[in-house]
Design a protein around this ligand. Structure first.
Ligand SMILES: [Zn+2]
Length: 321
C-alpha cells in the first residue's frame, strides 16, 4: 500500500520550468538540459520499480522518495517499505548497457556505447543510508527494526557483471521486476525469527510522514543564474511560448491562438518555483508583462495567494504549496 506517492522530484520540476525560460544563448543551458535528462531518467526508473511494488499486499507500507534529516545530514531513499517484520530501503539504478560491480575496488562501472564511466559505489551508499536510517529511528524513540537495503536495476536489458564477491552483490542487487518476490521471501525469513509488530510499522510510518521533506537544489545558485536570466512572460499551455497577452479578462496566445482565463496561475507558479516565494505587484507586472497595476492587482487577488502586509508582497497559501 502506497502511503506516500511519488511526485516528479522538485529539482526536476524546477529544471523543466527553467529550460524554456532561458535564452538559447545561455551558456549553462546544455549542462542544465543534461542534468534534467539525468533526473528524468532516474525518475522513470523509480516509477518502474513502483509499478512492480504495487503488487505487494497491504501489509507492506510503501513510502516513495523519502527525504530525512539527521543532525544536519540529509539522506534520501527512493523507496522505503515497512512490514510488520522489517524495513526495506531501495535505491534505483536506471542504466543502459553493462553495469559492473567491482567489490575489490568498490566501484560501479557502466559500459555503454563504447564508453566506460565510473560511479559512486552503491553498496557503500546503501549501507550509509541504512546506518543513518537506524540512527534516525533511534533518535525519534522508535523501536528498532531490521533494515535491509536493495539496489534495484530498473531495466531488464541492463547486463549485470560482478568482479569479486558474487554473493555480496546477489544479496544487494536485484532486478526491479523481482523486487516483490525477493521482499516477500526475505520478510518470511524475518517472520520465522521474530514476531510480527504491526504497531511498530504504523508508528514508524506515521513518524516518517510527519518529518519527510522534499529536497531540492537551488538551481539559480547551482547554475549561477540571476533573475535577469529568466525570461518573463505568461506561458501558453498549448505551445509553451511566453507571449500570452491579457485582454478583457482573458489570455490570448498570438503564436497559436490558444485562449485561457487562468494562464497566469502556472506562470506565477514558475516564478515561485524559480525566483522567490513572494511576489510584489511591480514584479508581477514585469513577469506577467502587464503594465496596468490595477489589472495585475485583480489577477493576484483571484490567484489563491495571500497578501502579506509585512512583506508588502503576495505569497502562496500554505495548502497550495
Ligand atoms: Zn500558444
Amino acid at each position: 500500500m502506497f502511503i506516500r506517492k511519488r511526485k516528479k522530484p522538485l529539482t526536476l520540476q524546477k529544471l523543466d520550468t527553467l529550460i524554456p525560460r532561458l535564452s538559447l544563448s545561455c551558456k549553462q543551458l546544455p549542462y542544465i538540459k543534461q542534468d534534467a535528462a539525468k533526473l528524468q531518467k532516474g525518475y522513470n526508473g523509480e516509477r518502474r520499480l513502483d509499478f512492480y511494488l504495487q503488487s505487494l499486499s497491504n501489509n507492506y507500507y510503501i513510502l516513495s522518495d523519502v527525504g530525512l534529516e539527521f543532525y544536519n545530514r540529509k539522506f534520501q531513499i527512493d523507496s522505503l517499505i515497512i512490514s510488520p517484520h522489517a524495513m526495506y530501503l531501495f535505491e534505483t539504478k536506471n542504466f543502459e548497457g553493462t553495469l559492473t560491480f567491482d567489490t575489490i575496488h568498490r566501484q560501479m562501472i557502466q559500459f555503454n556505447n563504447n564508453q566506460e564511466k565510473s560511479f559512486t559505489y552503491p553498496i557503500t551508499q546503501a549501507d550509509n543510508t541504512a546506518y543513518l536510517m537506524m540512527q534516525w529511528l533511534e533518535n525519534h524513540q522508535l523501536k528498532s527494526i531490521p533494515i535491509q537495503t536493495y539496489i534495484a536495476i530498473a531495466q531488464k536489458s541492463t547486463i549485470i557483471r560482478v568482479q569479486g564477491d558474487d554473493e555480496l552483490i546477489t544479496k544487494y542487487v536485484i532486478q526491479a521486476e523481482d523486487a516483490p518476490l525477493r521482499l516477500i521471501h526475505q520478510d518470511k525469513q524475518y517472520g520465522e525469527a521474530t514476531q510480527a509488530d504491526p504497531q511498530r510499522r504504523n508508528k514508524i510510518a506515521s513518524t516518517i510522514m510527519t518529518h519527510v521533506q522534499d529536497f531540492s537544489v537551488n538551481v539559480m545558485e547551482k547554475y549561477q543564474l540571476t533573475k535577469e536570466d529568466i525570461k518573463p512572460g505568461t506561458r501558453c499551455s498549448s505551445c509553451s511560448q511566453l507571449n500570452m497577452i491579457y485582454n478583457q479578462g482573458k489570455w490570448i496566445c498570438p503564436d497559436c491562438g490558444e485562449t485561457s482565463k487562468s494562464a497566469h496561475i502556472a506562470t506565477l507558479q514558475d516564478y515561485f518555483l524559480l525566483i522567490d516565494s513572494k511576489i510584489t505587484i511591480k514584479e508581477a507586472q514585469r513577469f506577467l508583462k502587464i503594465s496596468d497595476r490595477h489589472k495585475v492587482y485583480r489577477i493576484l487577488k483571484k490567484s489563491n495567494l495571500l497578501y502579506d502586509f509585512k512583506l508588502q508582497a503576495w505569497i502562496r497559501t500554505k495548502n497550495k504549496k
